[in-house]
Design a protein around this ligand. Structure first.
Ligand SMILES: [Zn+2]
Length: 119
């Protein structure tokens, strides 16, 4: 299985921070598209996807970068993308401000968000 990590929405310096991170670069990569491709193809089991998301989130917070989220592609389950918060809605993805869960439309997100107000 592969997990594709779309870094094309990131500025170059942030992209290289992620690519050069030891934990991230230790993952087995398929470099057929070249070392600096915008979409990094990792040859890992699908279950590792959550771990990869956590790893990238950790790298982002260690770099003191704010305003970026790691989201899963709704259509292609093997793909995750690092997006700037402002770009996310343009791509038709809505992120819950409370827990970061992604939704395909505002309606779904609103329904989900009600859950956070129960307690
Ligand atoms: Zn939520």
């Amino acid at each position: 299985m592969v997990v594709k990590v779309d870094l094309s929405h990131l500025p170059l310096n942030l992209k290289s921070t992620i690519l050069s991170n030891q934990e991230f670069s230790s993952l087995p990569r398929d470099d057929r598209n070249g070392q600096n491709a915008d979409v990094v193809v990792l040859e890992v089991p699908q279950e590792i996807k959550e771990t990869i998301i956590k790893t990238i989130e950790k790298i982002l917070s260690l770099s003191n970068v704010e305003g970026y989220s790691v989201v899963e592609n709704m259509i292609d389950e093997s793909e995750i993308a690092v997006l700037k918060s402002g770009d996310i809605e343009e791509l038709g993805i809505f992120i819950c401000a409370h827990c970061g869960a992604p939704f395909q439309n505002r309606e779904q997100m609103m329904i989900h968000q009600r859950m956070h107000y129960i307690f």
